[in-house]
Write a protein that binds this ligand. Structure first.
Ligand SMILES: [Zn+2]
Ligand SMILES: [Zn+2]
Length: 320
């Protein structure tokens, strides 16, 4: 059955995108390396590593403090998470949505978020997003960090501190995180879990920087469980801080709604169109573009009219 296509794009359209070179046919490993370094690592991933290193080195209590559970160590990490969110996420929100520094240039949805909407806590999207991120988000991430540091401080798990293994594990974590995210995200789209838990995140259709980790506490529990892999993989405690700060901060530009940021005459890549399409269409793009599991599980939306038609057609068939 032919489906009528209604063009409901009202903002910036970055066009159709492809899977990374390694997953094309035929695979292009050298192109993949170039893509990984120049598009994936530079600049956002490098920034998350750098920020995590500074936080781990200068703003995290010494490991010896975690031999037993101390409430003040937990609060210090919670406070650190809140502060870094205000700095990084708050800046993006202020620059793009309060000061409107680049107007709606590069904005996927040219409408600005509604000021008053009953579907949000406090009837306001920004307040709702900040509340869930700073309370449950930063708090549950801090709990995981305390728990993992407790295991490290008591030598209950393996530890490798030298530079090369740490660097390799740091890079591998992006891939692990992609698989972990796809698996838990698919689970959260199963009906009762979606309605009770994941719908808190999906209140945000026209997303902003604060929407990134605006989630139900149960989703935070699953989403921030990534560092538990280090119970099985010996690694530096830095990887614990890094994995959690990466999960806290990386979703802020990716949900910002702006494909590129403009600072004076410089433009840099910002939002993740792949995940924007998930918020827009809801039943596609569950994972990340780095490891395109969606392609293999037939839930890939590349931003084309053809993919749009297919998704509408699939929905109609499922309804029958
Ligand atoms: Zn979802
Ligand atoms: Zn999202």
């Amino acid at each position: 059955m032919e489906v009528e296509y209604r063009d409901d794009k009202v903002g910036y359209d970055p066009g159709v995108f492809e899977v990374p070179p390694l997953f094309r046919s035929p695979p292009q490993p050298l192109q993949m390396l170039k893509w990984f370094i120049s598009k994936f690592m530079w600049y956002q991933s490098v920034l998350w590593i750098l920020i995590s290193f500074i936080c781990y080195r200068y703003f995290t209590p010494e490991l010896s403090n975690f031999q037993s559970f101390k409430i003040d160590s937990f609060f210090l990490i919670w406070l650190r998470n809140i502060s870094i969110m205000f700095l990084i996420v708050g800046f993006q929100h202020w620059y793009l949505y309060t000061r409107k520094s680049q107007g709606s240039d590069f904005k996927y949805d040219s409408r600005w978020p509604a000021k008053k909407r009953r579907s949000f806590s406090f009837d306001n999207q920004t307040k709702d997003n900040m509340f869930w991120s700073l309370t449950s988000g930063c708090g549950i991430a801090a709990l995981y960090e305390v728990f993992m540091f407790f295991l490290h401080a008591n030598d209950s798990i393996g530890r490798v501190d030298s530079f090369i293994p740490t660097a390799l594990t740091t890079v591998s974590l992006f891939w692990l995180s992609s698989i972990h995210f796809y698996a838990n995200h698919r689970l959260l789209h199963i009906k009762p879990l979606y309605e009770i838990v994941h719908s808190v995140h999906h209140r945000n259709v026209n997303t902003g920087p604060w929407s990134g980790i605006s989630m139900h506490p149960f989703e935070h529990l699953i989403y921030f469980s990534l560092p538990l892999v280090f119970v099985f993989i010996p690694a530096s405690p830095f990887l614990v801080t890094f994995s959690l700060l990466y999960l806290i901060l990386a979703p802020s530009p990716s949900h910002s709604g702006f494909h590129r940021y403009r600072f004076a005459n410089t433009e840099i890549p910002a939002a993740d169109y792949f995940h924007y399409l998930h918020h827009k269409y809801f039943d596609c793009n569950y994972g990340t573009i780095l490891f395109p599991l969606d392609k293999w599980f037939d839930t890939f939306h590349d931003g084309s009219v053809k993919a749009h038609k297919e998704i509408i057609q699939k929905r109609m068939l499922n309804r029958k």
